[in-house]
Design a binder for this molecule. Structure first.
Ligand SMILES: *Cc1c(COP(=O)(O)O)cnc(C)c1O
Ligand SMILES: [Zn+2]
Length: 415
C-alpha cells in the first residue's frame, strides 16, 4: 500500500497509517481524516502508459491509489469502469459544446455507492471484522448489503422510515439485518452510531470512515482516463453527505499531483431546494447548519451532512458552485434524460442533470465549456417516483379493430 499518513481536516494533526483509525483523537467525529499517499512511489508503478496496457476494467486498475492491500479483489463483484457516454441529443438541446454522462447506475448494486462499499468490505476483512454496519438513505445500505453477501460478511443496516420500496427489497434480498428506524436519516444515523460504538462493528458510515472517499474518487479517475486525460471544464453531481463530491475532488487532485491532468475541473454540487445545507453554507459563507429533509430525491435528503469539510473544500478549491433544484425539475430531468439518452436515473441522480440545466440557463456554465454529469443511481430503485409523475397507460381491449380505432386517434393526436 502507498498510504503515507492520515491528516485531520480540522486541526491538521497527522497520524500514522492505521487500518482501524476513523477520526482525529482531538477533534472527535468532527475531525474527518484525509488520507495522504506517497505519490513519488506511486509514479513508479502507475503511469498513463501502464494504465493503457492494463486490461482490468474495474476500479482495481487504480489499486496503487487506493487504501487497501488488494488481497480479496479476485472475489469481489465488478465495480467501476462504468460507461462514459457523449450525450449528443442533450448537447444539441442545450447548445453545449460537449456534454458527457458518467453512468454509474450500472454498477453491481446500481449506484455509485458500490465504489465506497467495496472498499469498506475489503477494509473490514483486512481488519478481521465479521460484521459491518452503516446508516444510509438507501443506496449505501443496499450496496453494503450486496458486497457483504458476496464476501461473506454480516451487514447491519439502519435506514430511515421513508427509504423507497425498491431499495428495501434489494437490501432484504441480499440478506442484511435491517433496522428500519422510525424517523429520518438523521435519526437512523444517530442510532447506528450508538450501536456501532457499543457492539464494535466495522463502521461503513461514509463521513466517519476516511477510506470511503478514496473509493468514491475512482469515479473521477475514470472520467479523466475515459476523456483521454483532457478533463471536462465542469463536473456536475448531486450532493447529500458530501462524500461523493469530496471523492471526486480527491480523485482529480491525485491526478494533478501525479501530473496526469493539467487542471482541476470546476465542481457543481447540486442539492434539492427542500434539503440544501451545503448550498446555504456556501452561499452565506457560514458554517453548515441543519436543514429539513424535504425532497423526493431520497438519496440526497441529508439534513446534517457528515462530510461537511470535504464537501465544501471540493467546491471552494475547484472554483465551483452549489446550486439547488426543486422536486418538479428533478422529475422533469429524469424523464428528459430517459427520453433523450436512454439512461434511467433515480431522482437524486436526475437532480444532477436538473442542476446542469439550471446552471446552463443562468450562464454559470457557458455553452463553449465541456461538461460531465454523474448519474449516481438507477431509476429502477424508485419507480414510484416516476409513476407518480407520468400518466399511467390506459388499458386496451384485445379486439384488433377497436385497437386500430383507438391507436389511429392516438396517432392523430400526436401529429
Ligand atoms: C449517496 C448518493 C448521492 C450523494 O452522495 P453523498 O456522498 O451523500 O454526497 C447522490 N446520488 C445517489 C444516487 C446517491 O446514492
Ligand atoms: Zn483534528
Amino acid at each position: 500500500m502507498f498510504v503515507k499518513q492520515y491528516r485531520c481536516m480540522r486541526c491538521a494533526a497527522v497520524y500514522e497509517p492505521d487500518d482501524a483509525r476513523m477520526v482525529c483523537d482531538t477533534c472527535g467525529d468532527d475531525g474527518i481524516l484525509d488520507i495522504e499517499f506517497d505519490y513519488p512511489a506511486i509514479k513508479q508503478v502507475l503511469t498513463k502508459a501502464s494504465l493503457a496496457e492494463n486490461r482490468d476494467s474495474s476500479i482495481w486498475r487504480y489499486l496503487p491509489l487506493l487504501p487497501v492491500k488488494g488481497t480479496y479483489i479476485e472475489r469481489a463483484l465488478h465495480v467501476g469502469m462504468t460507461p462514459y457516454y457523449r450525450a449528443q441529443n442533450l448537447e444539441t438541446m442545450f447548445n453545449q459544446k460537449r456534454l458527457s454522462l458518467k453512468d454509474d447506475s450500472v454498477n453491481p448494486t446500481a449506484s455509485l455507492k458500490d465504489r465506497a462499499s467495496i472498499i469498506a468490505v475489503m477494509k473490514a476483512m483486512e481488519c478481521n471484522h465479521k460484521v459491518i454496519a452503516c446508516a444510509s438513505t438507501g443506496n449505501a445500505a443496499t450496496s453494503l448489503a450486496g458486497h457483504a453477501a458476496r464476501m461473506g460478511l454480516k451487514a447491519k443496516i439502519f435506514v430511515p422510515k421513508r427509504a423507497p420500496k425498491g431499495k428495501l427489497a434489494q437490501l432484504l434480498a441480499y440478506g442484511a439485518d435491517l433496522y428500519r428506524v422510525d424517523g429520518d436519516y438523521k435519526a437512523a444515523y444517530r442510532l447506528s452510531k450508538q450501536a456501532i460504538d457499543h457492539y464494535g462493528w466495522y463502521n461503513r458510515n461514509a463521513a466517519i470512515n476516511p477510506h470511503m472517499v478514496e473509493g468514491k474518487k475512482t469515479v473521477a479517475l475514470e472520467i479523466a482516463e475515459q476523456s483521454h486525460w483532457q478533463v471536462p471544464d465542469w463536473v456536475v453531481l448531486s450532493v447529500g453527505d458530501g462524500c461523493t463530491i469530496g471523492g471526486v475532488y480527491k480523485g482529480f487532485s491525485d491526478l494533478l499531483t501525479l501530473g496526469f491532468i493539467d487542471k482541476m475541473p470546476r465542481l457543481l454540487g447540486v442539492q434539492s431546494s427542500g434539503c440544501d445545507p451545503f448550498y446555504q453554507a456556501w452561499k452565506n459563507d457560514a458554517p453548515l447548519t441543519e436543514t429539513n429533509e424535504d425532497t423526493l430525491a431520497d438519496s440526497i435528503a441529508v439534513g446534517i451532512p457528515r462530510n461537511a469539510d470535504k464537501g465544501l473544500r471540493a467546491v471552494k478549491d475547484s472554483r465551483g458552485a452549489f446550486i439547488t433544484v426543486d422536486d418538479e425539475s428533478i422529475m422533469s430531468a429524469a424523464l428528459l434524460l430517459a427520453r433523450n439518452e436512454g439512461v434511467f436515473a433515480e431522482p437524486a441522480a436526475a437532480a444532477a442533470l436538473a442542476g446542469y440545466i439550471k446552471a446552463s440557463t443562468m450562464k454559470l456554465i457557458p455553452p463553449d465549456s465541456q461538461v460531465a454529469i454523474i448519474i449516481s443511481g438507477n431509476g429502477l430503485k424508485d419507480t414510484d417516483a416516476v409513476v407518480r409523475h407520468i400518466q399511467t397507460p390506459e388499458l386496451y381491449s384485445v379486439d384488433f379493430n377497436r385497437f386500430k380505432q383507438r391507436s389511429n386517434k392516438k396517432e392523430e393526436k400526436h401529429e
